[in-house]
Design a protein around this ligand. Structure first.
Ligand code: ADP
Ligand code: PLP
Length: 269
């Protein structure tokens, strides 16, 4: 039996629902061997309304981790999450090129859920110019899509299509815009664009705030599908089913945060 392997270049979400924890749980659920290169550690402060404190790792520590996995082992797919500086973005791009990584999923994490404030503004430029052109698929949510496309307001499916077309010009092979709860629609709609065709993905929209880590989990499920050799549309379709089940079974950890439930897809079988 061949075990497919995936690498998450991501931040550590101490509370376990997002970041590399979401990535690893999702890889495992989908039968893919997961590895990590940690960029930052995020700790949430229970004495300060769950504010997010970010502790970056030294660049040399990230490079050593990337060498371990890409130089020493090899991967079938790679996913990026929270990348705190332009130097980190440049390093990841260099390693993708050096090791000719095949399936590259860029989740352009710019903010933690609930805030529409870019955590590291210079990263937006780095993602646009350095990572987007290397992506097999880039997966912005509505806020990230406004930042990458320059389109100020995205409220409808037509707006999402316009943003997807603008982002595709940056060079990724595929763009997936996650409409999620932000769109003026009854369903949770995402748009996949390959430069020629728009595919609309729909699911019921759940009335829940327990969506911490939803974007990471969705991107990781896409990564797992690509690692196993699925074509992009099939990997996205499978991932949409996975994240829909995970959001439906989301649960509270405390009064501040509720993650999606990564094992939920098993409940429906
Ligand atoms: N309330 C919801 N009900 C159902 N699906 C949702 C809901 N919110 C988000 N989604 C879906 O979850 C996936 C991740 O989207 P989103 O939460 O916007 O990402 P991010 O965590 O990057 O902001 C997308 O497929 C989106 O459509
Ligand atoms: C390390 C890390 N990566 C990514 C995210 C983004 O999470 P989401 O998938 O909810 O957008 C977070 C949010 O807290 C995080 O802590």
């Amino acid at each position: 039996m061949t075990i497919c392997k995936a690498l998450a270049v991501a931040g550590s979400d101490t509370s376990g629902g997002a970041g590399l924890q979401a990535d690893l749980k999702t890889f495992q659920e989908l039968g893919v061997y997961g590895m990590t290169a940690i960029t930052v550690i995020v700790a949430q402060n229970p004495n300060n309304d769950w504010s997010h404190d970010i502790y970056p790792l030294p660049l040399t520590a990230l490079e050593a981790q990337l060498e371990t996995v890409l130089g020493g082992i090899g991967v079938d797919a790679l996913k990026t999450g929270m990348l705190a500086t332009t130097e980190v973005i440049s390093l990841v791009a260099k390693k993708i090129d050096q090791y000719a990584v095949k399936n590259v999923v860029i989740d352009p994490v710019m903010a933690c859920k609930g805030t529409d404030e870019v955590l590291h503004p210079e990263c937006t430029v780095g993602i646009r110019e350095i990572l987007a052109p290397r992506a097999t698929i880039i997966t912005p949510n509505v806020f990230e899509a406004t930042q990458l496309s320059g389109i100020r307001s995205i409220r409808t499916v037509e707006d999402m299509k316009a943003a997807a077309a603008a982002i595709h010009k940056l060079g990724p092979k595929n763009v997936l815009i996650k409409g999620g709860a932000k769109l003026d629609t009854d369903e949770a709609i995402d748009i996949l664009y390959d430069g020629q065709e728009f595919t609309v993905l729909r699911s019921p929209k759940f009335n829940t705030t327990y969506t911490h880590g939803a974007g990471c989990t969705y991107g990781a499920a896409i990564t797992a599908g690509l690692a196993k050799g699925l074509p992009v549309p099939a990997a996205v379709k499978q991932a949409k089913e996975f994240i829909t089940a995970a959001i439906q079974a989301g649960f509270p950890l405390n009064s501040y945060v509720g993650p999606t439930y990564h094992a939920a897809h098993r409940l429906n079988k």
